[in-house]
Design a protein around this ligand. Sequence first.
Ligand SMILES: [Zn+2]
Ligand SMILES: [Zn+2]
Length: 272
Amino acid sequence: MERTKFCKSCEAEKSTMDFNKHDTTRDRLGQNCKPCIARRKRELRLERNPERRHRIELLARGMKHCGSCSTDKPLSEFWIVKATGLAQPTCKACMRVANAAWSRRNPEKRIARQKRRKPRPAEVTAAYSRAWREKNPDSGKRYYAANVEKERQSHRTRYDSDPVYRERIKQRWRAFNKRRPDIKNAIVARRRARQKNALVPWADKAKMREFYTEAKRRERLTGEKHHVDHVVPLQSPLVCGLHWEGNLQVLPATVNHAKLNRVWPDMPGVPY
Ligand SMILES: [Zn+2]
Ligand SMILES: [Zn+2]
């Protein structure tokens, strides 16, 4: 029959195997069972180390303390180490800064590391970006709005130097022009106006585009070609009109051709 003993802490009857040996007691066994001693040791460790206690409390709330920026952050702000399954001691943001600093200090090592890494399959990269774009639908627009000049410059540089990119952009424009000839006309008119120094800052692009859309609409309705005309011509021997919504009108092409930039309201000698 197995010998048993009552533990003084948990007051359970346990096998004598669950007790440590002890020199001074009558039965030569400790008063508390091994699991109770282990539990008490854990508690003492926590009492002596408030920082450790804080860490454990944080973890219970799904948080963790970053030792680098000394901030409590959600666990999702930390990378998980694959080998151990545990979160890194430093948050993602701090890791990013530290990694960038390391790369700056060790440019050759960084390049060597990049060369060693086997390239990720293109379809995997594409899937990642697709998922990210779906999660952040407006991020591209927002970034572009905040970096218009930079983006335009890099687009121009790439357009001039990368024939594949150039062809792709051209193809995209061709498709767009086919789909929205009205907008294409508006863009072309704007380019011409810029060449004639007739652009003004107060012009409302959206309102102006409505004229070009309206011209196309009337074309569809009447079967007759319509133009967007400048009421006061942009260039004529006598006046210089401006390219803005107040100076636009939709005319049938025949009327517009007859006008030939030689007529405008208030023109001396013309009965309007
Ligand atoms: Zn016990
Ligand atoms: Zn941090």
